[in-house]
Ligand binder design. Structure first.
Ligand code: IMP
Length: 194
């Protein structure tokens, strides 16, 4: 079965393809001819994830899912959260976002945080949501060259390296998105091979 991952973020696409397994073939927005920016006008991860998935489903009539992810920092009362991409401004610059985050945390002892992903699946007119969370800490300076977004400053609990220093398979095993995608895959497998 083909299923569209409604994202313009190629890093996310690259992470998710190996997790879906042989029964489900992931197609990209480019594959279905969708070249526009997806709307993200809601104030929650749940709302944005649903908005993106519904936008694609209603215009292209394909089974699809979208993810919305936020970095939620305890000492900043959950900031940047749903505004993670635009934390330092509308240009969505990763380096500037990290700089602002480290600045805001510079005087804070508590460095604990979590990544949270919400996936919305739209299938046969129905919506389903799946959540994945990983707890960790924010470093004082970036480390590692892999991954994307806030990966260079996030060390998951129980590990000594940032996500940016891990291999893709290692990040996928424990990450917010890996957890949410495994719930999605379990659901799809139950629907189609009960
Ligand atoms: P969105 O889900 O594409 O809106 O992402 C929100 C923000 O979180 C962007 O700045 C992304 O770069 C960042 N982000 C999303 N997923 C990850 C991840 O797995 N690691 C690090 N940063 C991420």
């Amino acid at each position: 079965m083909q299923i569209c991952f409604a994202t313009n973020n190629l890093h996310k696409l690259h992470e998710v393809i190996p997790l879906l397994g042989a029964d489900f073939q992931v197609v990209s927005l480019a594959d279905i001819g969708c070249t526009e920016e997806l709307p993200e006008n809601q104030s929650t991860l749940e709302g944005n994830s649903e908005e993106k998935a519904m936008y694609v489903y209603q215009r292209y009539q394909v089974a699809c899912f979208a993810d919305d992810t936020g970095l939620e920092v305890d000492a900043l009362s959950g900031e940047p959260g749903v505004y993670s991409a635009r934390y330092a401004g509308p240009q969505r610059n990763n380096e500037a976002n990290i700089r602002l985050l480290l600045e805001k945390l510079s005087a804070k002892e508590d460095r604990s945080a979590q990544f949270r992903t919400v996936i919305t699946l739209v299938l046969d007119e129905k919506k389903y949501q799946f959540e994945g969370v990983v707890r960790g800490t924010i470093l004082r300076e970036p480390s590692g060259r892999g991954g994307f977004g806030y990966d260079p400053v996030f060390v998951p609990d129980g590990y000594a390296q940032t996500f940016a220093s891990m291999r893709l398979e290692e990040k996928n095993k424990i990450s917010h998105r890996g957890k949410a995608i495994r719930k999605l895959v379990d659901f799809l497998q139950n629907q189609f091979n009960p």
